[in-house]
Design a binder for this molecule. Structure first.
Ligand code: ZN
Length: 499
């Protein structure tokens, strides 16, 4: 190993110590720290984040990356280290172009906009949030001009979350979904069943936690390399493949929520636990492509978890751990977890109408960045699109445009990742069945471990080393298409709703 590479690795390990501490502080703030202790944590987090930022933008790092990129050093690197150096050099050069005062203004506006968004949502008053949204949009456009000069702004934003994806590709995929799903959902809704009151009862939250543990274990989440906490909104984070944390939130009168959040976050966590450990603590590890990440959480949650056969081997155990389920048949449970209905809130939507929630947000973002629609006109545009796709109009902005925190955080371009994840899932399901056999049969006979092992082998172990398009091509041998997802929806819901 060259002296320069050795020096570089030492530097990376120092950067990791900061990352480790900031991750731990964040975890504790969200899961354990009391209200009065939050301020102290914020102070510590700011200190360590600033130090970490200084390390990741230092002249020294720039010199090392430039040195390692020279042919005499680069050619001697292993493929993994070639990837790490190339990726870090690209990110370093890109971040370096952002003027420090612009970056500081962005971080500050992010914090302010986040707080104002919470208040605006509580009061359901978009006018409070509008000036901050405008600032976030302006800063995002300015920063993109530095990071991706010459690139169309919205395409650059999409690329940040799902590298290699652009709006021309996404337009094609989403148009196919719209064309097929708008009339199909109308057919489903004509056969709408009334709400099942059995799920409105009282479900002990300790029992829900036992169910969660049973399910995580069942799908392949490893407890020696992960743990579970409780937070307001479920999320997953990781230190390395050996320490992956997820959270859940339990509602006494809604057991379905925690069950499916556990399976969803479990999917994210299983991905992280199975990345090649050689990539730990480098940019090759922990998957940074949001669509590919969502494809794994949503594969477990929807493709597997909302399949009737998934529950056959474990439904009796569910009843033992959470006794009210003993009075609910598996048929009724299956119908409830696949109840298609037009609703206002994205995170509560079923897997079919969820597509419309994302298409709507994608079109809103294009209206912002491409058509420059004034911020004050956005709530009305949102409501028109809700009516167009979901045939309902929000009574107020809290259940409309103010429901998600993404834009307050500057996360423009993130939303399409969720639906891209489902589109990849349709393709992965096809290939999985070609290679392992019928998924219903595998699930019925409790062979979910074979499915997890297949995903480990095909997707998880690569971490961030393959871009999503390349990963799907390598596994499925095809360009990305929405057709398999549409076919999956039609087969499943035609049977369920007897269309
Ligand atoms: Zn997720």
């Amino acid at each position: 190993m060259s002296k320069l590479l050795e020096e570089f690795q030492d530097y990376l390990s120092k950067m990791n110590q900061y990352e480790h501490v900031t991750t731990l502080l964040y975890w504790d703030m969200k899961t354990g720290a009391p209200k009065l202790g939050q301020a102290g944590h914020v102070e510590a987090l700011t200190h360590f984040s600033t130090e970490a930022f200084a390390l990741s933008t230092s002249e020294k790092l720039g010199e090392m990356l430039a040195g390692l990129a020279k042919p005499e050093e680069f050619d001697a690197l292993t493929d993994t280290w070639k990837f790490i150096v190339t990726r870090m050099k690209r990110d370093f050069d890109r971040d370096k172009r952002i003027p420090a005062d612009v970056y500081a203004a962005f971080v500050q506006t992010q914090a302010e906009a986040g707080n104002v968004w919470v208040e605006a949502k509580e009061k359901s008053d978009f006018s409070l949030f509008a000036p901050y949204l405008q600032k976030m949009i302006d800063l995002t456009v300015e920063i993109t001009g530095y990071t991706d000069p010459g690139m169309e702004v919205y395409d650059a934003l999409l690329d940040q979350y799902e590298e290699g994806m652009d709006s021309a590709t996404i337009d094609g995929l989403f148009e196919d979904l719209k064309k097929e799903l708008i009339p199909f959902v109308k057919e489903i809704l004509l056969r709408q069943k009334p709400e099942n009151q059995a799920f409105k009862g009282c479900f002990d939250t300790n029992g829900q936690k036992s169910v969660q543990d049973m399910l995580l274990d069942y799908i392949g989440f490893r407890k020696d390399a992960g743990s579970v906490g409780e937070s307001e909104h479920p999320f997953t984070l990781n230190f390395s493949s050996k320490d992956v944390r997820l959270t859940n939130h339990y509602y006494e009168h809604d057991p379905i929520s925690a069950i499916f959040s556990a399976i969803h976050e479990g999917g994210h966590a299983i991905f992280e636990q199975n990345v090649n450990p050689e990539y730990d603590n480098t940019v090759a590890g922990s998957c940074r492509y949001m669509g590919l990440h969502e494809s794994q959480s949503r594969f477990y949650e929807n493709i597997l978890g909302r399949n009737y056969n998934f529950w056959l081997p474990v439904y009796d155990t569910l009843g033992e751990l959470l006794p009210p389920f003993q009075a609910i048949s598996l048929d009724d449970f299956y119908r409830e977890i696949n109840h298609v209905k037009n609703s206002f809130i994205r995170v509560n939507a079923d897997e079919v109408t969820y597509c419309f929630h994302i298409i709507l947000r994608y079109e809103m973002e294009k209206a912002i960045f491409r058509d420059h629609v004034p911020v004050n006109d956005l709530p009305a545009l949102w409501n028109r699109k809700m009516q167009e796709y979901l045939l309902i109009t929000p009574a107020n902005d809290a259940e409309g445009i103010l429901q998600d925190m993404h834009w307050s955080d500057g996360g423009f371009g993130y939303f399409p990742s969720y639906l891209l994840g489902s589109i990849y899932d349709g393709m992965l399901l096809d290939t999985l069945q070609e290679e392992l056999g019928d998924v219903d049969e595998l699930l019925k006979s409790g062979k979910i471990g074979e499915i997890t092992a297949w995903l480990n082998r095909k997707i998880h172990r690569y971490g961030s080393t393959r871009k999503p398009k390349d990963a799907i091509m390598a596994v499925c041998g095809k360009e990305i298409s929405a057709e398999p997802l549409i076919r999956y929806f039609k087969k499943k819901y035609t049977k369920l709703y007897q269309i």
